[in-house]
Design a protein around this ligand. Structure first.
Ligand SMILES: Cc1cc2nc3c(=O)[nH]c(=O)nc-3n(C[C@H](O)[C@H](O)[C@H](O)COP(=O)(O)OP(=O)(O)OC[C@H]3O[C@@H](n4cnc5c(N)ncnc54)[C@H](O)[C@@H]3O)c2cc1C
Length: 462
């Protein structure tokens, strides 16, 4: 396994990564992006085991509902880079179980890759979303043939790919880019049916980073996003050579969607598990700010918080249902239940903004205008800020202000805006979750039940 320092050193590998117009040659030393490196390194140290054959529990393949239940809190503790790596490994496991009549070497390569990545304790990010061009046109019908990542040449020992994958979480902070088709492909789209593992420092890979990381000098004004932020990468494959042993699909259109569907399952499971704690945080802030404002006993405030509790509880229930109803694949790996994962992820994403709306409604305008922590240290206005932010003898004005700053950071500033969009889009958007829910919901059984209580038989229905 890698120590935090070894992880940091491993990023100094010549990768071509950019931020706001400049190439970053030393990622760990960058004042803003280096913060992401630092706490990813901390999680390496936290889970480090010096035994020569140790495998990080973060990269293990779950084999039962209990394993799944135990893995998710570990991943939440270890942060985004662990999340995306784990779901990449689980995706390959899932894909291998679903690809039945393909070249056996694809399956062998995936298995070897999983074992090697576990041994070397690397971090893998997920490159699925293409630039996509005109959304109404298929990959082969785009004005620019590179709108979807494709194979531009096949050589004796590997393939060359070109295209771009956008919005890739943590792309510059991992070691490999799991590059897979974003959708199903049709005959004629063989070149777009490509799945492979590309090292971040491969020649021709360029990554442009974007981040919501706060730029304020005083990190106290961003108590949440000031601690953890994970830049997204705009990943460009400018004719990148990939050796055969890292290619898991090349040309088999009928299997292009298997990768996206398998990743969707694990990505949404991760999203759902994050919603569970996020929803509880929103409830917690709503209650705390109501108490600080002196409104906790007012009926409409209690009703809003009760509604938030119901949403938080249903999100938790769908995660538990997804785990308890997991299935076990042919080689013993456990897969969460598709229906509960997708319905739960949809429910959490669709209701997140309603929960935030209630929180803002309860908290009041001080979410945006409370004096900053540093103002409380000013000799001239500090005590006055404390006096007028207080709502009574038992509510310290500075405490109430800090509460407002946390709510602002989480829901109403750069990170809050990022979250509002991310919750909807990451993991494939609400539309994708509706489709998968529909595919796995037992509609026939629902129809039979409806006919039965209507006193009709299946023969009466068209
Ligand atoms: C912060 C963040 C992190 C992300 N991390 C990753 C990551 O790590 N890896 C990764 O691969 N992706 C990642 N994504 C990308 C995410 O999966 C996509 O944003 C999402 O799938 C939507 O794709 P899009 O952004 O291209 O929007 P679009 O595809 O343009 O979608 C916009 C809307 O148009 C609809 N639409 C588009 N095309 C069609 C169509 N043909 N028919 C019907 N409706 C259509 C969609 O349903 C949606 O409602 C991330 C996104 C965000 C915001």
């Amino acid at each position: 396994m890698l120590t935090g320092q070894q992880y940091k050193d491993s990023l100094r590998d010549g990768r071509a990564t950019y931020f706001e117009g400049e190439r970053i040659d030393d990622l760990p030393a960058h004042p803003l992006l280096g913060q992401t490196v630092d706490y990813t390194a901390e999680t390496y140290d936290k889970f480090y085991d010096p035994a020569p054959d140790a495998v990080s529990p973060l990269l293990a393949v779950p084999r039962s509902a209990d394993d799944l239940r135990a893995l998710l809190p570990l991943l939440n503790e270890a942060g985004m880079m662990a999340h995306v790596t784990s779901s990449s490994i689980q995706t390959l496991k899932t894909v291998a179980g679903r690809m039945t009549d393909v070249k056996p070497e694809y399956l062998e390569r995936m298995q070897i890759y999983i074992e090697e990545s576990q041994k070397s304790d690397i971090r893998i990010t997920q490159c699925i979303t293409d630039a996509k061009g005109n959304r109404s046109k298929s990959p082969g019908a785009q004005d620019d043939p590179d709108a979807y990542v494709r194979v531009v040449s096949r050589q004796r020992d590997g393939i060359v790919i070109r295209g771009a994958k956008l919005h890739i979480t943590g792309a510059s902070f991992g070691h490999d880019l799991m590059t897979i088709p974003t959708k199903s492909m049709k005959p004629g789209e063989e070149d777009y049916s490509v799945a492979c593992m590309v090292p971040v420092n491969a020649e021709g890979v360029r990554i442009i980073n974007t981040t919501y990381a706060p730029r304020h000098e005083d990190a106290r004004t961003f108590p949440i996003s000031g601690k953890y932020h994970y830049p997204e990468g705009f990943v460009i494959f400018d004719d990148v050579f990939v050796p055969h042993e890292r290619v898991f699909l090349d040309g088999e259109t009928s299997y292009a969607a298997v990768f996206a569907h398998s990743l969707g399952l694990w990505e949404r499971l991760g999203g759902l598990s994050e919603f569970v704690s996020e929803a509880d945080h929103l409830v917690g802030f709503a209650q705390l700010v109501a108490e600080a404002n002196g409104t906790a006993g007012i009926s409409h405030i209690k009703e809003k918080i009760s509604e938030m509790m119901i949403q938080a509880t249903l999100i938790r229930a769908s995660l538990e249902a997804a785990i308890s109803n997991c299935s076990i694949g042919p080689d013993g790996a456990a897969f969460p239940n598709e229906l509960f994962v997708n319905a739960g992820k949809f429910y959490g994403a669709a209701n997140y903004n309603t929960m935030v709306r209630h929180l803002h409604d309860i908290a009041g305008g001080a979410v945006l205008t409370a004096p900053a922590p540093a103002d409380f240290e000013n000799e001239e206005v500090g005590d006055l800020a404390r006096k007028y932010m207080s709502t009574g003898n038992d509510v310290d004005g500075e405490y109430r202000s800090k509460l407002m700053y946390a709510i602002r950071d989480l829901t109403a500033d750069s990170y809050g805006g990022w979250k509002a969009v991310t919750n909807l889009q990451a993991g494939g958007g609400l539309y994708a979750q509706r489709i998968v829910t529909r595919r796995h919901y037992d509609l026939d059984e629902a129809k039979r039940g409806a006919l039965a209580i209507a006193g009709l038989s299946e023969h009466d229905a068209p």
